[in-house]
Design a protein around this ligand. Structure first.
Ligand SMILES: NC(=O)c1ccc[n+]([C@@H]2O[C@H](COP(=O)([O-])OP(=O)(O)OC[C@H]3O[C@@H](n4cnc5c(N)ncnc54)[C@H](OP(=O)(O)O)[C@@H]3O)[C@@H](O)[C@H]2O)c1
Length: 373
């Protein structure tokens, strides 16, 4: 085992809606089955903003930041346990979300090996860091909430039972949506309806979307309903809401979902967006959102990917095996990246929050350096 420093720099939030600060945290030596990763790149996810401005999922302050993924080099491994074949020197990405020693915006993270993916040769850390959080989100929400099959490995000649049923991906140009389109098409779902602003339609079609609709146009719901008018009810049996905005997505979706439709909504539901002036409002209980508007018998589920480890198969294989294979074979392409600059790690993290708050992110993932090496 290489020698680890005893302490490191980390980004922390002192209190809700206050500027980020740098603090010193211990570098935790790895227990059996754990690895230590020297983090070189991290990605920013909207959850960083939900936490910093809304206090979401923060038990106490100062709170270590970083929920968008990490990529770097394995610098230590525990003695014994299942290390998933990882060794010192391997480059890995990680969706590690338990905070503390796993918090992504610090120089070293100590994590169970099953939360890491070896990065295939030829793929940069900067690109790889865009993948784990939202690719895992798609596997979890499609299987646990939409209850669609994603077998691994895909048996030869396998076709999903629901292969030709419409699956609506609303928010398809989001990071989650871009992975959803790729996963659904690779698993042979053939009618994937994508909703995004018009400028992303060609790209989404190139990834496998069957047809695209523009949510910035007032007639988007009518156009979708017209497209499925000859389908059996429920006309759109599967809906993945990759945004979870009360007025921006749930409201239009209440006009599309019918008895028997399954709707998986990314939590939190955003009642009011974060702005420079105002605190955001979130709702984690989707049953409290527009209950009077959903059709009787529509099944509306709130997605919580932090529970994906309850699926033992995914715990064992999703990050260690499935994710690297999909990237190595070119089946899944990483998100486009926007590199966030800043003189220090805290400054880069703060700049990323500002970009999220001003809704500057469109069809891309914010990424930035954690260490300079
Ligand atoms: N609960 C969970 O397990 C879980 C897991 C992952 C993510 N999430 C949540 O899911 C949300 C999305 O995450 P992300 O990282 O994918 O976000 P993101 O990439 O940062 O989202 C930006 C995209 O949202 C699109 N968008 C905004 N409002 C829209 C609307 N009303 N209709 C359609 N598209 C809209 C924009 O589309 P255009 O550019 O085309 O306008 C833009 O491309 C976040 O709130 C996040 O916290 C939850």
């Amino acid at each position: 085992m290489s020698t680890l420093p005893s302490t490191q720099k980390a980004v922390a939030l002192p209190a809700k809606r206050t500027p980020l600060i740098e603090i010193t945290t211990p570098v935790e030596p790895p227990a059996a089955g754990e690895i230590v990763v020297r983090v070189q790149w991290t990605a920013s996810s909207p959850l960083d903003l939900h936490r910093s401005d809304g206090g979401l999922l923060i038990p106490s302050y100062p709170a270590l930041q970083g929920s968008g993924g990490a990529a770097g080099t394995v610098v230590a491994v525990g003695t014994g346990g299942d290390l998933k074949g990882l060794q010192i020197g391997d480059q890995v990405s990680a969706f590690a979300f338990h905070g503390g020693k796993e918090a992504n915006q610090q120089e070293y993270i100590t994590i169970p090996a099953y939360l890491a993916s070896k990065i295939p040769q030829g793929l940069s850390l900067q690109a790889a860091v865009t993948v784990p959080v939202n690719l895992v989100t798609v596997f979890h929400s499609v299987t646990a909430d939409l209850e669609l099959e994603l077998p691994w490995p895909i048996p030869q000649d396998w076709q999903p039972k629901e292969a030709s049923k419409p699956i609506l991906v609303w928010g398809a140009s989001s990071s989650v949506g871009i992975f959803a389109i790729q996963v659904l098409r690779h698993w042979r779902y053939t009618k994937v309806l994508a909703v995004s602003s018009g400028k992303h339609h060609e790209y989404l079609k190139s990834l496998g979307a069957t047809i695209c609709f523009d949510y910035t146009k007032g007639d988007v719901v009518d156009n979708i309903l017209d497209y499925v008018k000859d389908a059996k009810e429920p006309k759109v049996p599967y809906i993945l809401d990759c945004i979870g905005s009360l007025h921006g997505t749930l409201e239009p979706l209440t006009r599309i979902a019918q008895r028997g439709s399954r709707v998986a909504v990314m939590l939190p539901v955003i009642i009011k967006d974060a702005t420079e002036e105002d605190e955001p409002e979130y709702e984690m209980d989707v049953s409290k959102c527009l209950p009077e508007k959903w059709a009787d018998g529509a099944i509306v589920r709130g997605v919580r990917t932090h529970f994906y480890l309850q699926n033992e198969f995914f715990k064992d294989r999703l990050q260690p095996e499935i994710l690297p294979a999909l990237l190595a074979q070119g089946i899944i392409k990483p998100n486009k990246q926007r590199v966030v600059e800043g003189a220090t790690l805290v400054e880069r993290a703060q700049n990323a929050l500002s970009l999220l708050r001003s809704k500057a992110v469109s069809g891309e993932k914010l990424v930035y350096r954690v260490s300079e090496a």
